[in-house]
Ligand binder design. Structure first.
Ligand code: MG
Length: 452
């Protein structure tokens, strides 16, 4: 069976692999999967949003389901709407943090979570076998517009925060919407939290004239400069669909995503003890903080949908990834960029300390990444051979091979999209991380050679 869904939905280059024909058939497969009722749909600001959305909608309608169009919204807003109502499910047209020539389709279950893999497989089976349900003319579906969710979501996020304390603190924030969907809701949320807001790239524009939509240090130079110039307390940046948030501190220094994740875990655990879920690739800085705070750290496979589902199963109190994706279960089981931003400001208000000060107290680790070329069909064998050659060590096989040492670890993991296997090595100092990465990359190279 071929695969259609990657780690975060179906993605591709517009009018090449991600084209109208695929979108219509995917819509038919999605409608066949949900069987009945009404499906909610939304998109980010990407230029191909209308083209793909209309094609997917046509496919869904042909199966007899109805579609409710929520317009341009952050991905978590659509997920919030699906969670709060009795939609059969949801569809998000988004390229997320990818360049403007990309686009993608994400499918949301009736609880508001990204689909479980077994459900994706069912949609893939309908798609590849072309086993679509087809409605007759009497029961064919229709569309309606539902524009309530911008406000409902803003209220939903603000209602989960200590808005009064935040208002009292009177923060100045710089908010970079990356010309993406966050412009719809995040400025309003900051406003309602009584923040003085300086906005950057808040015009919706899927060509991303401000900067590429991935919140990396290189793409957030304007944000850092503006934080410095305007004497702001914090800089906040979303990716294109605003499910992720990355921060810049009051000194205009970029805050690594694993540090903001660890800081958030620390504050969540002050209020509620429990489990925190993060992928095996996350820094030990998160695990250390969780253990010191009396929490339980649970490692999952890589991918936000898997983190969310593990959190639901294990009743975790918090979870997330090092890329700025944070999940607050009392709000909803998906990454939520606005909620992450609001919670971080709440931490500043509650602690009375600056972001740089809070970050400086967290454990420090260094991560070194390397990649080894390996054909897709040899990956499994190469990893098995590598595991055998490491038989004396403790190996965690949650996702790839993770080898733990004293205050250090190495993760060897196949890429899902490229013919490479990645080696991540983390240690207390940089030279040790580099040494470890090289050592294991050499072992991996030998294994790849043997497998070929
Ligand atoms: Mg995203």
């Amino acid at each position: 069976m071929n695969r259609l869904f990657g780690t975060n939905g179906v993605r591709g280059i517009v009018n090449s692999d991600m084209n109208v024909n695929l979108a219509v058939d995917l819509g038919r497969a999605i409608g066949t999967f949900f069987r009945e009722g009404e499906v909610a749909i939304a998109s980010d600001t990407i230029t191909s949003a209308d083209m793909l959305k209309n094609a997917v909608v046509a496919g869904v309608l042909s199966t007899g389901l109805s579609v409710s169009d929520l317009g341009v919204l952050p991905s978590p807003s659509l997920q919030f709407a699906v969670k709060k109502t009795n939609y059969s499910g949801g569809i998000i047209i988004t390229a997320s943090h990818n360049p403007p020539e990309f686009n993608g389709v994400k499918v949301i279950d009736s609880l508001g979570l990204e689909l479980a893999r077994k459900d994706e497989e069912e949609i893939e089976a309908h798609y590849f076998r072309k086993s679509f349900r087809t409605s007759d003319w009497q029961t064919i579906g229709g569309t309606r517009l539902d524009n309530r969710w911008k406000d409902e979501y803003v209220q939903g996020v603000v209602g989960k925060l200590d808005a009064e304390s935040i208002r009292k603190a009177g923060f100045k924030v710089v908010l970079d919407c990356a010309n993406g969907a966050g412009y719809q809701t995040s400025p309003d949320i900051m406003d309602r939290l009584g923040c003085e807001v300086v906005l950057l790239n808040d015009e919706p524009d899927g060509r991303f004239p401000g900067h590429p939509s991935e919140p990396t240090p290189a793409n957030l130079k304007d944000l850092a400069t503006t934080v410095e110039k305007s004497n702001a307390d914090i800089g906040i940046a979303h990716d294109g669909d605003a499910d992720r948030t990355i921060f810049v501190d009051e000194n205009a220094d970029f805050v690594d995503g694993d540090k903001s994740l660890a800081l958030m875990a620390l504050f969540v655990l002050k209020e509620r003890k429990g489990s925190v879920v993060t992928p095996v690739s996350s820094s030990s800085c998160v695990g250390d903080v969780v253990k010191e705070s009396g929490g339980n750290i649970l490692y999952s496979k890589v991918g936000a949908p898997i983190v969310a589902r593990t959190m639901l199963e294990k009743k975790a109190v918090f979870g997330g990834e090092e890329n700025g994706g944070m999940i607050f279960p009392e709000h909803q089981y998906c990454r939520d960029g606005a909620m992450a931003a609001g919670k971080m400001i709440e931490i500043l208000a509650e602690s009375g300390e600056s972001l740089s000060k809070l970050i400086s107290k967290l454990p420090e680790y260094h991560l070194q990444k390397m990649k080894v070329i390996c054909p897709d069909d040899k990956k499994e064998k190469a990893l098995a051979l590598m595991e055998k050659s490491l038989s004396t060590k403790e190996i965690d096989k949650t996702d790839g091979l993770k080898i733990y040492g004293e205050s250090e670890w190495v993760l060897v993991r196949s890429s899902g999209t490229e013919p490479i296997v990645r080696v991540y090595a983390e240690a207390k100092d940089k030279s040790r991380a580099e040494e470890l990465a090289k050592e294991y990359a050499d072992i991996l190279k030998d294994a790849v050679e043997q497998a070929s």
